[in-house]
Design a protein around this ligand. Structure first.
Ligand code: C2O
Ligand code: CU
Ligand code: CU
Length: 486
């Protein structure tokens, strides 16, 4: 079992988690933290289509049911995108026009949200853009943001935990002229690491246990859907795009030999200059791009380490890196990665009280618009957590963490972000830069990315409007009529 609890003051939570721990160890091959690294890491296929004659890059995604052998010979019922589990990696460049055809053959409604992508609300794939069974949804937008590791996953209200856990998630990489100095050969020295914890039953099936304070807390960790994985390394430096696509667990990542590595990007793009680290904390929905150096012939294990959060995953192995005896030399890390200004703090302050599974004492209501934001606004959002661990994600925004309980964040947490960990009983302030796609009738979401909390209603809706029209905007949102394209 990989749940650890350090903060003794949270007696109720501790009790609930202890109960979950007792019943949660059903996996016949529970790794108890140690792996043998038997299986080559799966790398999601890359979709990098050439633009059509109209200049548009077109992607086709099918959300479908499948079967996956996490444990050899014991297939599990899973969901996937163009495959049995997880989905392909999409790639585009700043300035590209992209169009996606998303076909739902799951047999039940869902949505597909572009987490971290800057786009109009109707294209966002949140709970209002339902894709009915058998339907195809066709969002289209222009990539106008800096290089970043974004990702996609379903967002149907109340069902996100299930749909993501069953396997619907993938990456959407955005390149620009700033990240060309970093390793960028997909699958060779630019490798996605989609980290997810699971409960795998003795018969190989996925155990869907979404109860408890934090919902699903698994005792097995998969990378890119691979159980017990290793990766062969062939270059002296590798850029890993780390995504925590778990329902709830927080990971503190580092290496068994405690080597230093560099953070080169956070959720919303490159950091100013590479930040040396040994451990990084990654909460659900967050991304970090890291660059790791390797010596010929060595083997080193990427691990999760116990931290002092309530929903830490504890100590266990994640992935073994096996360096070839001869490595292709990589270019040196650039001293400066970007000269883009970080999000600036604006004058308006909004406060969000994070309760057990509510925001400002209210549960998500699809028909209620909670906040109205003028296009292009810079604001300070105060996330005042009065309960246990949460995190917070804002759609169509880029933010910078100003402070955590009055103290500046660790240096590697200072880059541009869209999701932030909010420890229990902490106050986190972020400087938010909002988008410019005006649509008073279609809301964007902000929410806790612990999926049980989100499903339980720890989510609010905001619209972006023409500056000066804030007071004339209706505070109700239509719940149907969006995105049912066929
Ligand atoms: Cu990753 Cu609103 O979601
Ligand atoms: Cu999002
Ligand atoms: Cu939460």
């Amino acid at each position: 079992m990989i749940v650890t609890m350090r903060r003794r003051s949270f007696l109720t939570v501790t009790g609930l988690l202890a109960a979950a721990a007792l019943t949660g160890c059903g996996g016949a091959e529970g790794n108890a933290g140690t792996l043998a690294f038997r299986n080559p890491l799966r790398v999601p296929p890359l979709l990098d289509p050439a633009p059509g004659p109209d200049g548009v890059r077109r992607f086709a995604l099918e959300l479908r049911r499948g079967r996956t052998e996490f444990l050899p010979g014991k297939p599990a019922a899973t969901w996937g995108v163009n495959g049995d589990y997880l989905g392909p990696t999409l790639r585009a460049r700043r300035g590209d026009r992209v169009a996606v055809a998303v076909t739902n053959t799951l047999g039940e409604p869902t949505t597909l949200h572009w987490h971290g992508m800057r786009l109009p609300a109707k294209m966002d794939g949140g709970p209002h853009q339902t894709i009915q069974p058998g339907a195809t949804w066709r969002p289209e937008w222009t990539v106008e943001q800096p290089a970043a590791t974004t990702w996609y996953h379903p967002h149907p209200h109340g069902l996100t935990a299930r749909h993501v856990y069953r396997g619907l998630a993938g990456m959407f990489l955005l390149d620009d002229d700033h990240d060309t100095a970093l390793p960028r050969t997909y699958g060779v020295d630019d490798v996605p690491l989609i980290i997810q914890d699971k409960k795998i039953a003795a018969d190989g099936s996925l155990d869907e246990d979404f109860g408890g304070t934090f919902g699903m807390l698994g005792d097995q960790v998969l990378v890119n859907g691979t159980y017990d994985p290793h990766l062969r390394v062939t270059t002296t430096r590798v850029r890993f795009r780390v995504l925590n696509a778990s329902n709830a667990h927080v990971f503190h990542l580092g290496f068994a030999d405690d080597r230093a590595y560099h953070v080169v990007a956070t959720d919303a793009g490159l950091v100013d200059r590479p930040v040396p680290v040994r451990r990084i904390r990654v909460s659900p929905g967050e991304r970090f791009e890291i660059v790791v150096g390797f010596r010929p012939g060595e083997r080193v294990v990427l691990k999760g380490f116990g931290g002092d959060d309530e929903i830490d995953s504890g100590d266990y192995d994640i992935l073994e890196l096996r360096a070839a005896t001869r490595l292709t030399p990589s270019a040196g890390l650039p001293g400066t990665l970007t000269d883009l200004a970080p999000p600036a703090a604006g004058g308006r302050v909004r406060t969000f009280r994070l309760g057990g599974s509510n925001v400002n004492h209210q549960n998500m209501d699809m028909t209620r618009v909670d906040e109205v934001v003028p296009a292009g606004a810079h604001e300070v959002w105060e996330l005042d957590n009065v309960t246990f661990d949460h995190n917070f994600h804002i759609h169509e925004a880029r933010f910078r963490v100003l402070d955590v309980d009055g103290r500046p964040p660790e240096e590697y947490q200072r880059g541009p972000k869209d999701t932030v960990f909010v420890p229990g009983h902490a106050l986190v302030r972020v400087a938010v830069e909002f988008g410019r796609y005006v649509d008073p009738a279609t809301p964007y979401m902000y929410h806790c990315h612990i999926l049980r909390h989100e499903d339980n209603g720890m989510m609010g809706q905001y619209v972006i409007v023409e500056p000066g029209t804030e007071d004339s905007v209706p505070r109700s949102a239509p719940t149907t009529g969006h995105g049912h394209g066929h």
